[in-house]
Design a protein around this ligand. Structure first.
Ligand SMILES: [Zn+2]
Length: 451
């Protein structure tokens, strides 16, 4: 073989090995496309780290300055806030407001990549309210659209995992629409589908007490023993649509029915751990294990009364005592219509004494991380916990987590406890994004809707 032929053969070998590698590459991508749209290599690497089987979660961390860097690098997702109610009351969320927990500057400072905006549907008090539930939620969805349209440089609506990645690359905060309270669908699956079409991707089945088809966590005696037959249809239809079922607020019986019926992972967007704080809004250890087996996520709620039930009980007692002192009704709805002057004095004293209680029970960023750590210990993994602040839905916040801008303090505390970067990233948002990707981008089955 002469020199020229040798070079030619070498070139053929090089080219064919390159083509072989490319073929394998495209083959994998094609396989990926069977269920999901193609992802870039960096996205795939990121997802691989989410799926990795880590047993030893901790490391010795030098956390003095690196926590902010890590926090900014991570995908930070907050699974629940009630800020749209403030926007609809006329609060300018473009300003760094002294009051309130969530606005655009605070989301930026907290490096929030995806914020769930809950559209709250309260428990209807009568038939008339029941028939206005959808309209009430539609008004809030319209509010979210207007907020995003007025702030296109800072915010963008997100309806799928892929859309989140695109929005994130532009540096904007993604806004995900959630519905809080299944009363919103007015017992009609066509309304559920319409909400989905408008971009709602999460729904808590109930709020405080039952809908006409699912029991709530504040129902002392379950009406349906969990889900009614129609309730099961709602779960199936949410599965079919690719809408995440949220078990925060539901009764334990409803939780177990959902776990049994749902084909997809479910989330508890804003609840905490009952083993640390025996509150009905929290999840028991067996529920946490079931949620993990289902592949879901719990977003830890920052409400001090859920984090420490002693605080909840004492604040309730305080509230009743102060209402009596100022000659006001203890019932919240009646209180709304009471004398404004009396109310002002009542709320001022309640606020002051509640802050004293917060310090008495030392409810702070460490308490929140205790709940995060409890989920990790019970499930044996860092894969099933996230953040569900309940900002703007709670009147008191833990010390060090006063609003969305303080979220990096969680990263700081997790680093101080020795958690590894990749596990902290999962907790801050990666775990939810795994569920979001799985539910929002699964191959839609070509079967008819439930009804
Ligand atoms: Zn709630």
């Amino acid at each position: 073989m002469n020199k020229k032929n040798g070079l030619f053969i070498l070139l053929i070998i090089l080219l064919s090995s390159l083509l072989f590698a490319q073929g394998d590459f495209f083959g994998n991508r094609f396989k990926e496309q069977q269920t999901y749209p193609a992802l870039s290599n960096s996205e795939n690497n990121y997802l691989a780290t989410l799926a990795s089987d880590e047993v030893d979660f901790k490391m010795n961390a030098d956390n003095d300055s690196s926590y902010l860097e890590l926090h900014k690098k991570a995908f930070v997702v907050d699974l629940h806030c009630d800020a749209i109610g403030r926007f609809l009351k006329g609060v300018d969320l473009r300003k760094d407001n002294a009051k309130g927990h969530v606005d655009i500057p605070k989301l930026k400072k907290g490096a929030v990549d995806l914020q769930v905006f809950a559209c709250y549907s309260p428990v209807p008090q009568n038939e008339k309210e029941k028939m206005q539930a959808a309209k009430n939620v539609l008004r809030q969805i319209d509010g979210i659209y207007r907020l995003v349209e007025q702030n296109t440089n800072d915010l963008a609506l997100v309806r799928s995992y892929r859309e989140f990645l695109k929005v994130n690359q532009t540096g904007r905060t993604g806004i995900l629409i959630g519905i809080e309270g299944g009363y919103a669908i007015e017992n009609d699956l066509s309304l559920l589908r319409s909400f989905y079409r408008l971009g709602a991707r999460i729904m808590t089945l109930t709020h405080w007490t039952h809908t006409d088809w699912a029991d709530g966590s504040a129902d002392s005696i379950p009406v349906f023993g969990g889900l009614s037959d129609f309730g099961e249809k709602v779960v199936k239809e949410m599965n079919r649509l690719g809408m995440i079922i949220d078990v925060s607020h539901v009764h334990d019986e409803t939780f177990w029915d959902v776990i049994r019926i749902s084909d997809d992972p479910v989330i508890a967007s804003h609840s905490s751990c009952r083993a640390l704080s025996d509150h009905f809004r929290n999840l028991s250890d067996s529920m946490l294990i079931a949620l993990a087996k289902n592949g879901g996520v719990i977003g830890i709620n920052f409400e001090p009364g859920y984090l420490k039930v002693e605080f909840w009980n004492e604040r309730n007692k305080l509230r009743k005592e102060l209402a009596k002192k100022y000659g006001l009704p203890a019932d919240r709805r009646l209180l709304q219509k009471a004398d404004a002057n009396k109310k002002k004095r009542f709320y001022a004293e309640l606020k002051k004494k509640t802050q004293e209680l917060l310090h008495k029970y030392k409810i702070d960023v460490k308490t929140v991380v205790d709940h995060i750590e409890h989920v990790i210990q019970v499930t044996g993994s860092t894969d099933y916990v996230g953040l569900g602040s309940d900002f703007d839905g709670i009147s008191t916040t833990p010390i060090g987590l006063e609003n969305a801008s303080k979220l990096p303090n969680i990263t700081k505390e997790l680093l101080a406890r020795g958690y590894k970067e990749e596990d902290i990233k999962k907790i801050l948002g990666g775990n939810f994004l795994r569920v979001f990707r799985q539910v929002s981008e699964k191959k839609k089955e070509k079967r008819a809707s439930v009804d």
